[in-house]
Design a binder for this molecule. Sequence first.
Ligand code: ZN
Length: 250
Amino acid sequence: MKIIPLSEGTFTVDKSKRFIPFDKEKENLQERPAGSLLVEIQPFCVVTGNDIMIIDTGLGFSNANGTLQIHQNLLDNGINPMEVTKVLLSHLHKDHSGGISKEDKALHRKFLNFPQAKYYVNKNELAAAVEKKDSSYSTGEFDILANSDQVIFVEGDGMIDDYIRYEVTGAHSPFHQVFWIEGDTQKVFFGGDVAPQLQQMKNRFIAKYDSDGKKCMELRQQWWQQGQQESWIFLFYHDIKSPVFNAKQA
Ligand SMILES: [Zn+2]
């Protein structure tokens, strides 16, 4: 299995839920707004014998030349976005769903950014996200999912193609889900926003932004323990320093 972090950069985010680019070289950490969090926004590409997968899709920002950054990151790694076979979505908050689709302004139509891929999304998460007028969601980014034949709706816990396991956790968003990709020798774990950063796995920490912060903390502890016993490879979507962490190092 090959794992490629597809970082869109480092951002500050505060209660307004706006993500503002942060330049680590130039800006002073101390000077960012009080109460704001510093996060990486980092989708992943996982290449297996069967699939080229994208896990969550980032903010969907484009480069100066108009190319979607997640596409450029793939191209820089020798992968054509047309070759992506699966897009796995943990939940639909805007920093995870922004890269799902893009609107063509002239045609007044949205297009999925991975035209050959199946998109795996929890049915109830989509329903809740559309219904909830919550600033964490930006409906225009994902409403295309409701009527696309590229979408596979999942519910509850289950398996995809006998090697990708998904489990609904809730606790962060109403129907947040996590994934394990099980190779012959490696087990890769993506805990989405329930397990967004390495440091949170090591400390007992209840976050205000989770709908059930205590449950998130308990899940992290459980995964951290099990991950070490089973040598999981953790993918941390919001970690600035350690996007990929092999539990053997712990
Ligand atoms: Zn989230």
